[in-house]
Design a protein around this ligand. Structure first.
Ligand SMILES: Nc1ncnc2c1ncn2[C@@H]1O[C@H](COP(=O)(O)OP(=O)(O)OP(=O)(O)O)[C@@H](O)[C@H]1O
Ligand SMILES: Nc1ncnc2c1ncn2[C@@H]1O[C@H](COP(=O)(O)OP(=O)(O)OP(=O)(O)O)[C@@H](O)[C@H]1O
Ligand SMILES: [Mg+2]
Ligand SMILES: [Mg+2]
Lengths: 250, 250
């Protein structure tokens, strides 16, 4: 299986990073050589894996602005490597604005990482050059969202952007699915939004729901994805279920 | 009292909009003529007040790109008006990039709204032109954050941006405070992050903590701020306490 999945949604705090890192760890767990590319200047995927950003020689910033090969970094998790974020990424938006290739820089570099089975790209909560690079380079898009009213609103923006990218930059991009995260079964609003979502998007909404759990928040402060921090938790199993659903055994 | 407060943090989903709308409603409740300016293309402040974005003649987009006066819109709440968001705002980032005044468009327009006692500006989860317009126009900045590990990380980015704006665009800008939202008293991590925060930022961290409450999520789907939806709730009282703390009676 060869997969390149981008996690994107301009709505902030929906769990893009949490889901990207844990799905990547789930692929690594079943022996897929997996690479995470952190395109968010905040670098939560990088620190969420316990890596000190200040000690790095190169980063995803170099992927976008230089011709050099960027060596992925060990995460301490078998089969999982990362190309880390760097605060300079926020400058890339301005630096690349004159460059006609600004939105396809990453796409041109991905051939260098053909020996990975799975590549997972995390993006910031915006639809600028960094996110467009992720959308142009990937073959699959997962839109993470919360089952809340504000989240439904923002969905049209990311879906419109997906359609524009498909028509202009990356005709291969496929909306793999909409992933509902931090789902609270006992909340009426959550169930209302979920049924709204399913009536609009039908089978594009993953059956797998990632529940809200305090253990996710705790795992962050240990610099470990929950899959590793608390492997038997409900949330960890939900990520494994998601992987099964994606790979067709679901 | 004349106040112009901007809510900003590039970390997504921390409650910028929720806190901006409810603090504004708290000011309006004690008879201050209050104006909200929604600079986020997602427009959650606009819909969080039950306004249909598609029915509007003008918006905050016009504030940035045209010379016309933009008439604030009624919210149905006494003393509270809004200049709504519009999806075109995401285009403003690109449209204004050549304009040397791109970051101070809003600042030049605020004189037209002198008859308001309080102006509150909501910004998107990024540090681009839209947020810079908010930071240049305001006199006070409130940085909302969650008491979680990822959030501590991102704080240095918004604080660096605040310092750059003060030195180059708006010397009057004052960091009014760091507001901890969705605080969960019983969670060890929350208390650890809070004490870390207080040791770094001392009295810049508001004493008032906004607790996490399901009622906030429910209020969203009714298009009402929680101050109006559930006026006696713990969260509503926390917003009133915050107002007292800001205005010095705290
Ligand atoms: N299933 C979950 N249960 C509980 N908390 C969660 C869950 N998923 C994410 N979170 C928490 O929600 C917050 C936001 O998650 P995360 O940072 O992954 O979102 P994001 O969409 O990547 O944010 P940004 O828009 O800033 O990039 C985090 O602090 C995380 O701990
Ligand atoms: N005190 C609270 N208790 C419970 N839920 C909350 C609270 N404050 C905010 N929320 C929820 O968290 C989510 C994020 O809040 P909000 O949209 O206000 O954040 P934001 O920082 O404005 O997001 P963005 O970065 O996308 O602009 C919302 O769905 C909201 O319902
Ligand atoms: Mg993220
Ligand atoms: Mg917001």
């Amino acid at each position: 299986m060869k997969r390149t999945i981008v996690f994107s949604n301009q709505k902030g705090g929906v769990g893009k990073t949490t889901c990207a890192v844990n799905l990547a760890a789930s692929y690594a767990e079943i022996n897929n050589k997996t690479l995470i590319i952190d395109l968010d200047p905040q670098g939560n995927a990088t620190t969420g894996l316990g890596i000190n950003k200040r000690k790095l020689d190169s980063s995803s910033y170099d992927l976008l602005v230089s011709e050099d090969f960027v060596e992925p970094v060990d995460t301490g998790i078998d089969n999982l490597k990362i190309i880390c974020s760097h605060p300079n990424l926020s400058g890339a938006e301005v630096e690349l604005v004159e460059d006609s290739d600004r939105n396809i820089k990453l796409k041109k570099k991905l051939d260098n990482y053909r020996d990975f089975d799975v590549i997972i790209i995390d993006t910031p909560p915006s639809l600028g050059i960094l996110t467009l690079n992720g959308l142009s380079a990937a073959k699959d898009l997962i839109v993470t969202m919360q089952a809340e009213f504000y989240a439904l609103e923002g969905l049209s923006m990311i879906v419109n952007t997906y359609e524009k990218v498909r028509s202009r930059l990356n005709p291969e991009l496929n909306l793999l699915g909409i992933l509902v995260n931090m789902f609270m079964q006992r909340l009426v609003v959550s169930n209302e939004v979920l049924s709204d979502l399913r009536s609009h998007f039908n089978d594009k909404v993953f059956n797998t729901l990632i529940p809200r759990s305090i253990r996710v928040v705790e795992s962050q402060s240990y610099g470990k994805p929950i899959i590793i921090f608390d492997p038997k938790s409900v949330v960890s199993n939900a990520f494994r279920e998601l992987l099964q659903e994606i790979e067709g055994n679901g």
